[in-house]
Write a new protein. Structure first.
Length: 342
């Protein structure tokens, strides 16, 4: 049932993607905002309480609904899992910027590509050369694919195999969302005194780093398997540290660095280097569609070996990601078949 739920969710998401600012994302923002305002008193224990309420409570509610529906009908439980995956899983929640920038570069319109990148990441991209535009698009897109697809698939698959339904998908996406939302919210409304406290930010960042620890490495391994395996593993082992880790999200940055290093080796493209300069705060108000790569806290310091980024590498990355999706689906199908035969 897990395999079919994922397959249906991906198909529906491709045919009818969620619009930005939809009611699901609005509800997530409202819930995170309420937890912040009601439970964040500035001390470490309050930060963890607020994080638990914001992330764990909805995950448990998702699980209880799954069990209730399962007691009535397997088909209802299947529909619930597919619906949850539809709002938490998928490429179309972020890929429109990638596609538009790639099309602009194909047409030689670098000005439009820079404008789209600036809109996507809320940064100053006005002086970026063509290769740097491509490099940043690759980095942001790969991390977004991990957080919207592979990380969700990992947590969903493991917890669903344990009988916990789609709770893993909700848990993973909310953990990523609150870490990003509370961080960006502090930057955007700090002057109004409404931002998340440092304790809450630290709790969310540390929790997210731990939650994403295994998925990030599984995603990197998948890229290595479907790409250039030896080069990806070599980059993973030797160049991950070139992505600077800065507190409080050091673990998160190491996770990101592993993914980017593996991507660099898998498609033989040079990533890393001088990061974009933040022009204004990243907009977390859109909820899940952002990829969470913060331009100040995830600054890369040195480039890795590989070819200079070119537009052709964007197609290579698309192929890498889709081959990884196929790999995941094959593994899920085999696990589902094994459970049915067992």
């Amino acid at each position: 049932m897990s395999f079919l739920a994922v397959l249906f969710a991906l198909i529906i998401e491709q045919a009818r993607p969620l619009a930005r600012g939809n009611w699901v994302h609005m509800a997530a923002r409202g819930w995170a905002r309420w937890a912040n305002r009601s439970l964040d008193a500035g001390k470490p224990q309050h930060g963890w309480i607020a994080w638990t309420v914001a992330v764990v409570i909805p995950s448990l509610a998702t699980l209880l609904i799954h069990w209730l529906l399962l007691s009535v009908s397997v088909l209802l439980a299947f529909a619930w899992s597919a619906a949850i995956l539809y709002v938490t899983l998928g490429f179309r929640q972020f890929s429109h910027y990638f596609t538009d920038i790639r099309d602009a570069l194909d047409e030689g319109d670098e000005t439009t590509a820079r404008e789209l990148l600036a809109q996507w990441r809320q940064v100053d991209a006005s002086e970026l050369p063509r290769s740097e535009i491509v490099r940043h698009v690759i980095e942001y897109s790969v991390l977004a694919a991990h957080r919207h697809v592979f990380g969700v698939l990992g947590w969903f698959s493991v917890l669903a195999a344990l009988g916990l339904g789609p709770a893993g998908a909700v848990f993973y996406r909310l953990a990523e969302f609150v870490a990003r939302y509370w961080s960006d919210k502090k930057k955007s409304v700090a002057a109004a005194g409404e931002g998340a406290s440092p304790a809450l930010q630290l709790a969310a960042a540390r929790a997210w780093g731990v939650i994403d620890y295994v998925p990030a490495r599984v995603t990197s391994l998948g890229f290595a398997v479907v790409g250039s395996f030896e080069d990806a593993i070599d980059a993973w082992r030797n160049y991950t540290q070139r992505f600077a880790a800065s507190a409080p999200a050091a673990t998160e940055n190491r996770n990101d660095g592993i993914i980017l290093a593996a991507t660099s080796g898998a498609v033989n493209v040079r990533l890393g280097g001088v990061a974009l300069k933040a022009k204004f705060s990243s907009d977390a108000s859109q909820g899940f569609p952002g990829d969470g790569l913060d331009d100040e806290e995830n600054t890369t310091t040195e480039s890795m070996p590989g070819r200079e980024p070119e537009v052709g590498h964007l197609r290579s990355v698309v192929g890498l990601v889709w081959r990884s999706v196929v790999l995941w689906m094959v593994l899920l199908a085999l696990l589902t078949l094994a459970r049915l035969l067992g």
